[in-house]
Design a protein around this ligand. Sequence first.
Ligand SMILES: Cc1cc2nc3c(=O)[nH]c(=O)nc-3n(C[C@H](O)[C@H](O)[C@H](O)COP(=O)(O)O)c2cc1C
Length: 192
Amino acid sequence: MKLNIATIYGSVRSDRQGIRAANFFIKKLTDRKIETKLIDPLKMELPLLDKMYKEYKSENAPPKMKAISNILTHADAFLIITGEYNHSIPPALKNILDHFQKEFFFKPSAIVSYSAGDYAGVRAAVHLRAILGELGTPSISSMFPIAQIQNNFDIEGNALDSFYDDRSKRFLDELIWYTEALKSARIKGVPY
Ligand SMILES: Cc1cc2nc3c(=O)[nH]c(=O)nc-3n(C[C@H](O)[C@H](O)[C@H](O)COP(=O)(O)O)c2cc1C
């Protein structure tokens, strides 16, 4: 089954480190012949939330929002890359998620968290899981926490320890299982 998994990353800092994890997973998805597009708030310059996308008539929606909505609509699942800011998710990530709604419904998601220290962003990951549930894109059981991201991945997204390559196999196998299962189920219809 041909699959499309959107990668969503939420830091706009000039010295951002999480792009290493985003690049790592884009390569892993591409290696598996899964289509993926990166939703990068730094490049897409989405303003802070005023109106949600659904509040615009489609001809009046800002082009940047329309472009992101298109990526989300065509995706069968979402891989969310979150850093940890004061024990929660970065504001740019929350801002992307808050703009959209039905684009997420009845599709699975998976959480990759990271931090500069040893806790690997897991406190943000737990918050993110609750947000994704509310958005209608429940996250898979496995998470992919990365400690000291700056020391474990290069900027192109290569893991400096093969441990991460090995661990990513089971994580992506699980996401793909749910992605195929829910894609098949959506073809038969959705409850609302
Ligand atoms: C505003 C802010 C708050 C942070 N809070 C935490 C934190 O609560 N826990 C943690 O482990 N690291 C924290 N950090 C350090 C981040 O883990 C580290 O800067 C990481 O690289 C941020 O992701 P980014 O580089 O992709 O923006 C914080 C960083 C910033 C900028």
